[in-house]
Design a protein around this ligand. Sequence first.
Ligand code: ADP
Ligand code: MG
Length: 480
Amino acid sequence: MQWETVIGLEIHTQLATQSKIFSAAPTAFGAEPNTQACAIDLGLPGVLPVLNAEVVRLAVRFGTAIGAEIAPRSVFARKNYFYPDLPKGYQISQYELPIVGRGQVEIVLDDGSVKTIGVTRAHLEEDAGKSLHDDSLLGGGYTGVDLNRAGTPLLEIVSEPDMRSPEEAVAYARKIHQLVRYIGISDGNMQEGSFRVDANVSVRPLGSDTFGTRTEIKNVNSFRFLERAIAFEVERQIDLLEDGGSVVQETRLYDAANDETRSMRTKEEANDYRYFPDPDLLPVEIESAFIERVAAELPELPDAKRARFRDAFGLSEYDANLLAGSRALADYFEVVARTSGEPKLAANWVSGELMAALNKAGLEIDASPVSAEGLAGLIARIKDGTISGKIAKQVFEAMWQGEDDADQVIEQKGLKQITDTGAIESMIDEIIAANSAQVEQYRAGKDKVFGFFVGQVMKASAGKANPQQVNTILKDKLKP
Ligand code: ADP
Ligand code: MG
């Protein structure tokens, strides 16, 4: 049987605020355990939560960026459960009335096709604390609780079950990641837990119009693991169903070391949580003027940038998407494209040579040793024929090592392309004279020998002879 995969993602992104969602305690990462939790985060009696206004602004910023309806009135609810890292016994979240309603984003797949993915809702909530299973604690056998994270503001972004492959799920997760960083509502740091993805996965016979039973995979902290976790889970479900079994709705954990998912607990239903409106917090009421103001402050968004790169610069959807990947990269590319006046060459160089060098050195674009102006200068020299594309790689290498001016490098290293016809002709004459056997072979019809001659000329000129001229002159002189 042919199976179809169905995936919906729930993404928790930490909002970039100085203080917590309902208290003034700091949110900075990496502090000593339990030094950044106050009485409100701990849920001590006699204290009241106060909503951080900045959190509302950031949520609205996200909502307007995905074209979503912003709720004029949203409500905080208590989600009740018992866990050591949740001293209040409930988490403050939004349930029936979330702040952000239905919106959508576009993803670009590897083949350049574009697909729209629905966002069902996005709601505000507080994070819980963290249990530390560390054997060095008190000599071992204990679990510690660090409440620094308790009360950290999260925006939970829930997608429609619109994705049909691990690749699409990763593209969507990357898209949300890109977006929250573009609009500056989160640093998106996955190692520090600022961006966490839960994947809901099911399969169904291809062509079926009802969904299969889903499982939810938690604890996925990289895009690579997300892809592998979903791929594993899809296989597992198909095997189960083909063996006559059925999928149990449950929460599963991805174990990266063994590349498998394991059952964690059976799925709880919403009514297990006994949600009810939090009596300590007023509903959030948002005026349309506020929404308009926040929308007006948005920067150019990734989709708009991609479309502009595609249309204004004639780039493929894939390249445009790649170069619009982050604001810093897009800004860099745009300077190279405009300064050099050669957007396609600029796209090739930025997405090829430059990105490879950055990846190899583990650097972000902001730390590139070759500036955008420097790279534009190099491209200008390719365009005006001063150097060939091949020599340009040598120049780039030297620029990467520290000399940012392409003209300086070309001058110092004597890399200027040889375009003087007379000079190329005399080099070719010498080579022809010294290789009469190969000349015979070529004239006898062995076309392959032509490459040998090109190689000899390039060697003699240290790669500097203009390749087109070499070709033309060689053809001419080798004619029987
Ligand atoms: P819950 O309240 O139990 O978390 P939701 O209905 O809010 O469930 O859905 C949570 C996520 O699961 C959403 O992203 C949704 O798109 C996804 N989802 C729902 N049904 C399925 C399914 N059958 N297969 C895959 N994903 C699903
Ligand atoms: Mg859920």
